[in-house]
Every structure is written in structure tokens, then in C-alpha cells.
Design a protein around this ligand. Sequence first.
Ligand code: SF4
Ligand code: SF4
Length: 448
Amino acid sequence: MDLIRKVFDAGVVGAGGAGFPTHVKLKCKVEYLIVNGAECEPLLETDKYLMRTKSNEVIRAIEEVGRQVEAEQIVLGLKRKYKEEIKQLQEAIQKLNAKIKLYLSDNFYPAGDEQILVYEITKRAIPAGGLPLDVNTLVVNIGTLVNIYDAMEGRPVIDKYVTVIGEVHRPCMLRVPIGISVAECIAAAGGSALRTFAVAMGGPMMGRIIRQDQMEDEVITKTTGALIVLPKDHYIVQRKELPVPHMINQAKTACIQCSMCTDLCPRYLIGHRLRPHRIMRSIGLSESSEEILKEALICCECGICELYACPMVLSPRNMNVYLKQELREKGIRHQKNHETPTAEPMREYRKIPIDRLIARLHLGKYKNTKVEGPFEVATSRVKIPLSQHIGKPAQPIVKVGDQVHKGQVIAEAEAEGIGARSHAGIDGKVVEVSDAIVILSKKNGVIL
Ligand code: SF4
Ligand code: SF4
């Protein structure tokens, strides 16, 4: 069976970001295969853990993907400061006689943004609204490669490594079934000493906030990499929870047009026509310019403008998120510009050092936390969303009352379409089929 079929069968999607179905991504021929090991968000440990402990599997999967896409050059990008990970990967490359180069980057944010990583390695800027393929490149991240390796061995994607850090008794790396609740993950990390807290799911910069009353219902999906437990009144929680009308009022009344948001925007700095200060000004005008507002469509939502750059504590990123939704509802899409962008000459000096970012985010307390584990977590209930990826949701092929076993396909996708199938993460009985499939098991005292 060929690699693409195995990857489809296993339901592999991008393990970080939006979860693009991997079997679709692999249907190309490229000059560069770039492996993203430059974990982007502060405090996350998951990819580092995988590079350290699964270096042979990662290298074997990279070689297989490289053959599939006929890559002329294969480069694994990670941070220079990842000493142990570099050592493990170099040993695996040597042992397997692999033709893979390591690219060592500085410790800045967002080093792991795929467009930034492609630019750092190839010096090719992807056109605004474009894909790495536009510059003859394919980018795959470390978590995805571990899943590709498992797919090569016939194992489907049914579990996930997740960093749980912040206000928990035992910060740790967990290996959990996909579909387990956020509440169970926090309990597995010893619970929180705080009576009221919130969780930044995915990371402090690009993640979303989960409130305490949502934690039983919110689940780990194929793209979740971290849970950062924070006090409910933490700076990040408050910034991300700001209501839209409040943000709009702030943009109208408090933006001083200093342009710091644009000067530090990583997409602007690689040459994209994205100027958040002009978007903020346009919002403030009684007749805003649609041409300017449309620039929001190419924002990658990295959060630098909002959580790092703006001296007035305004929310250009969240305004962009809001505008994107409004524009898409009106059917307005970004018109792809095929011109090659030219990076700003000052770009090199405007990278955001991670330590400064952590201090600005009020996360210094957690910076040197020792992360224990990995600990394997079992559960008696999983809720597996039908849409854990970009594209068409998977179609359920089980019904309420069916007994399913761990690894069984429970929702199907078309092999030629953009979608991914889902598998049961535990043995048990299907008790709900809606936009998610809920499975309960008899284990851990739950009797069906
Ligand atoms: S979130 Fe802000 S800094 Fe990041 S890409 Fe969007 S506009 Fe630029
Ligand atoms: S950094 Fe803040 S105050 Fe300055 S232009 Fe941007 S949104 Fe306005």
C-alpha cells in the first residue's frame, strides 16, 4: 500500500494549526521538504519531547515523505537552544544515513509559523494568501510526522501528546485518547490549586480560552498540543475575552496610530500588504475602506500586534479575526497575489525574543517549569468531533447503541476529497451521534 493511502487510512491531519488533511498535502512534487520543529508558542514542550524521544521514528517518516514528494532538499528547522533534541536527531540521521539537514534558528516568535520558517530557510517569501507550494516547498510538522510513522506501521491517529502547564499541581506531558475532556486532562495533571481558573487551549498567543464551565464539554482533538492553566483574571485571559463592541470602541477612541503593530507584524515584515494600524484607523472612520479592511484576510493571528506591540493595549488581532468573519459572510475572499513579496530590510532586527514575549505575557512564573511525564491517561468517555480538520466533516458510519473497539473507523471521508476519517480511541458503546460521536466504556467503573 502506498504512503498516501496509509496516511488517509490512519486519518492523519496536520497535528498543529488548522489540521489540513495530510494525504491531500502529500499529493505534490516539491524542491524543498521542510520539517517544522521550531515549536512556535511559548511554554510548549510537545514537539521537543517528540524530537527527543522519537527521533528515529521522525527521521524515518521524513525520509518516506521526502521520497513521496521527490524532494531535492530536506531540511528540519528547530531552535538552536534545543541542545538535547539536536543531539538525538543528529544521531538518528547518522544511524539511518538520512539526507536531512538541520536548520538552527534563534529563539524568537513566531519561528514556527510555516511562512516564516520557509522564509528563514529558503529566503523565499510565500505570496500573501498563498501556500508553501507556491514557492515549491512542503512543510510538515513534527507531531504530524510521528502520526505518519504510526500510519506507516498501520496505526491510526487515536491519541495525542499534550503539554499541561501553568497553575496545575503537576505540570506534565500527557498521552491521552483523542476526545478526552479538558477537565480530565487537568485532573491528570494533579488539578489546579486555584478555585477559579481558565485554560488557554493550544498556547498563550494563538490559543483560545476555555472557561471553567466549558471544561467537561471541550475535548482534545487531533490538533490540540497544549493546555495552559491560568488564573481567571490573568492578563492573557482578560485580553482574549474582551467583547467585540468594546474592542471596536477602543479602536475608534484610543488608537494613536503609532504603527508599532505594523512595524512588528511578521507577515508585513516578509512583504505582505498587511498593515494592522491602517485597519485600526479604517475602523475608526465613519466610512471605512473595504480595500484596507480586506487586508485582515491575510492575518495569521499570531497575536504580536495585540499581546506584544501595542502600547495602548488594543486588539488589532482580534479585530482582524472579527473582520475576517464579516468579510467571509459577505463572500469576500482574499484575491491571491502572485507577485513575489519583498521582505522589509529591518525584519532581522524586529524578531520578538521569546524571553521578552514571556515577560510581556506575564508568564515568567511558568518559564522554567519542569514538565514531568509522559503519563498515559485512560478515560471511560470520549467525544470525537466529526470536524477536527479543514475541509468536509467526516461522515459517521456508526449509530447509537453500536459497540466499537479501539482503532475502529467510526466516521468516514472520501479518499479523493479534503477530509479525514476518525477512529474510536477506546473500546465501548456509541451513546451519541451528532456533530461528534460519543463513546462510553465499561472501564473505570462505568457500567453500560
Ligand atoms: S496577528 Fe497582528 S501581528 Fe500577527 S499577522 Fe495578524 S496583524 Fe500581523
Ligand atoms: S500599535 Fe496600537 S496604538 Fe499603535 S497603531 Fe497599532 S493599534 Fe494603534
